[in-house]
Design a protein around this ligand. Structure first.
Ligand code: ADQ
Length: 522
């Protein structure tokens, strides 16, 4: 199995000889911003599992990444074709920026993507906002991404890899003009059961957009099953359950499960770099001055991550088992996220209040039970926190995978830690040696924390060793996905309809046209 992105280059070229590699995502891997010095620019790498995982791959393969230019100085950094070579210190691929207006950000990104698709896919239809202007803008921005891709691959063969729920329609818009290209899409969040997905007024259109790919990838088989069921019932696709394919309008889409992972070496190296032991010492002195054990949580401030449920469980622990007051300290790193959305702002306030109440109730003169760090931390600091923590607690109510679970295991150099992992995180399917918890049961979670803290050292070490042995890395994920994509592309090339057949339908957005969205194609 590959452990280095360089190993993936030959594989990609074997699968797709002479094709250009193009990644398309909402988020960009590098943002330009103005520095303190007047007229000077600096480059920032936005934190996030996806961008940091795919960037080394692009660096190894070359090619292009098409993404929203979200940085304040992005427009000043590109050439007249909206392109900039990255990374700045060793330019090895092209970043093509797509520009979004204030309305686009509000309606496509914060609106349809994050106030409709995100809550729907995380089984929270009560938090969805259905607005025709969100959908209209989602279509328009997907068209803009598709146009950027088409422009970049004009006259070339290419393998295009779309990422995530922001771009469900773009594959069909590309396929309509260039049926000869091979397209894949990875959906990073859960795909909900049909009873939930059919609540989307535009379910049929979203599915048609996704079915235009040669390969549609999800984290878990259950998400792939949900998608196939929706494709059949809501889009009228013909589904072959054995082959796991869905065929619509003569095009066959292979559907598969590919559990994502992390760059294991990056976390292992950061967790044992020079000076880490002293820093661990300082963390213990600062956060747990009375000694005892430390727990860690690292999440975006998102309602799907179950932060209030986690704090409820901690409250039970200190309430029922007072021996853990001053003997167990919890550090929660919660990076603010999508704070322009009311549900996120409400959550942030709720979490602040809950932490304050718990700290007032159980805190003592020089001990605070919960430290809430609301900022983004670099990987090396996260890795040190992970290594220091005796327990890591993940309480997601719904989560496609959850990379934090894997980052914690990779960073456990001393192997003493216990991972408490929600049953409702995709990672729980693979990480069967972790202690599974049900975040809806705070008393049960408190008991599991207590069990973790009283587990004999040799059992903790043995458990963590088994988890480390079972952990596969991000490049294995890509290897699996590329193999499946190569197979799917070969199959669909054989069955490809003539190019003109579908192209004309999509003038003026064809079936995605304004006004058409309200009626579902079933
Ligand atoms: P997310 O919902 O963002 O990802 P997750 O998988 O936990 O969830 O990844 C979060 C990433 O952000 C991790 O790499 C973590 O280290 C980092 N992070 C979190 N808080 C941070 C902080 N304060 N400072 C710095 N970094 C921080 C979506 C899906 C997941 C899926 C991933 C990948 O919701 O289910 O696992 O995509 O497909």
């Amino acid at each position: 199995m590959p452990t280095d992105p360089k190993d993936l280059g030959p594989l990609f070229r074997e699968m797709f000889p002479d094709r250009r590699f193009v990644v398309v995502s909402n988020r960009e891997p590098y943002e330009h911003k103005w520095s303190q010095e007047v007229g000077e620019m600096e480059v920032r790498r936005p934190a996030g599992g996806l961008t940091s995982a795919l960037d080394p791959l692009l660096q190894a393969l070359g090619g292009m990444w098409v993404a929203w230019g979200s940085g304040e100085a992005d427009a000043a950094a590109v050439d007249s074709h909206h392109r900039v070579q990255v990374p700045p210190e060793n330019p090895s691929y092209t970043l093509r920026r797509v520009w979004l207006t204030h309305h686009d950000i509000h309606r496509y990104y914060l609106g349809f993507s994050n106030q409709f698709l995100w809550p729907l896919c995380h089984l929270r239809p009560d938090l969805t906002r259905v607005r025709s202007r969100y959908w209209e803008r989602y279509r328009r921005v997907n068209r803009r991404f598709a146009d950027a891709v088409l422009e970049e691959v004009q006259g070339k063969d290419a393998a295009i890899w779309f990422q995530d729920y922001h771009l469900a329609l773009a594959p069909l818009l590309v396929r309509a003009r260039r049926p000869d290209l091979t397209l894949a899409h990875f959906w990073h969040i859960p795909f909900p059961p049909i009873d939930i997905f059919r609540l989307a007024p535009q379910a049929g259109y979203l599915l048609r957009g996704m079915l235009a790919n040669d390969l549609m990838g999800f984290h878990l088989p259950i998400f792939a099953d949900n998608f196939l069921r929706c494709a059949k019932r809501l889009a009228g696709a013909e589904v072959d359950w054995e082959a796991r394919t869905a065929t619509l309008d003569g095009h066959t889409c292979q559907v598969g499960a590919f559990p994502i992972s992390i760059d294991i070496d990056q976390f292992r190296q950061a967790a044992q770099a020079d000076g880490v032991e002293e820093q661990m010492q300082r963390i213990r002195q600062r956060y747990a001055p009375k000694g005892g054990a430390i727990g860690i949580g690292v999440d975006r401030m998102d309602y799907s991550k179950g932060l209030p449920e986690k704090f409820k469980a901690l409250e039970f622990l200190w309430d029922r088992y007072p021996e853990y007051r001053e003997r167990f300290t919890f550090i929660q790193v919660a990076v603010p996220s999508r704070s322009d959305i009311e549900a996120y702002d409400d959550l942030s306030q709720k979490v602040d209040n809950q932490v304050r109440e718990i700290n007032e109730r159980f805190g003592t003169g020089d001990w605070r039970p919960i430290h809430l760090i609301k900022q983004s931390l670099p990987v090396d600091r996260l890795a040190i926190l992970y290594r220091t923590a005796d327990v890591c607690m993940i309480s997601s109510l719904q989560d496609g995978m959850n990379l934090v679970a894997k980052e914690y295991v990779a960073s456990q150099i001393d192997g003493n830690g216990v991972l408490l992992l929600s049953l409702f995180a995709g990672a729980a399917e693979e990480m069967t040696e972790a202690t599974h918890i049900n975040p809806y049961d705070p008393e049960g979670c408190a008991l599991r924390i207590r069990d973790a803290l009283t587990l004999p050292a040799e059992l903790r070490k043995a458990g963590m060793r088994r988890q480390q042995e079972a952990l596969t890395g991000i490049y294995d994920w890509m290897d699996d996905l590329f193999h499946a994509w190569g197979g799917a592309a070969a199959g669909s090339a054989a069955a490809r309809p003539p190019r003109a057949a579908s192209g004309d339908d999509f003038e003026n957005d064809g079936p995605f046209a304004a006004g058409a969205w309200a009626s579902e194609r079933t």
